[in-house]
Design a protein around this ligand. Sequence first.
Ligand code: GLP
Length: 235
Amino acid sequence: MTFETLSDYATLSARAASLVLDAMHAEPIVLGLPTGRTPKGMYELIVAECSQQRCFRDATTFNLDEYVGIAPSHPGSYHTYMRRQLFDHVDLDAASAHIPNGMAGDLNAECTQYEAAIRDAGDLGLTLLGLGANGHIGFNEPGTPFDSTTRVVALTPSTRVANAPLFPDGNVPTHAITIGIGTILRSKRIVLMASGDRKRGAVEQLRSGVVSEDFPASALWKHGDVRVLIGAEYS
Ligand code: GLP
């Protein structure tokens, strides 16, 4: 695992964007994509670079997670987030952009299909991750087995509080579909982004090198190609 400390959020975003763009230019790529505040700057720069070019022509994307019971059109859904931040602005074929369906009638079948689709695509090639203050990656909360695959999870109270601003009516989702830690560890390369004071504790815990299911991001020490981008502040 290599750690890169960037001077500010803009520099972190530029670094992450260039890693994604380089990967897309090199070969047809399968990207694992995150949501949250941290990757917004990266998406902005990718859109600026790709709006006039066919960068995504050979790309396939799988989002890490989606809330259960939240319609794709809901302003707080990750479907909406991805359309706004990326999908509406680049040449990614709709059939190549995957996000779990949190409205599926049979959620377990949806999870099985999602995991199978990732495997059929040859597994994730480059996975971008944010970091929860409690160490979660995707929505893999503390206690998640490191060999977990795509499944329905209950969100911890602290994660629900952190994500509450997306649900101003107070109906914060209780569950989500997330790809597993095992799914993430099968990715060929992983880039984790963490920015701001809110993440300092989690970054220090990751850096300590103690590997424990109590701190999901520590699973990344079991992977051979992880780059951690640390930014000093949000924009
Ligand atoms: C959410 C997402 C994660 C994200 C994390 C951090 O719960 N499911 O994938 O990495 O929170 O979000 P932020 O970047 O807003 O701090």
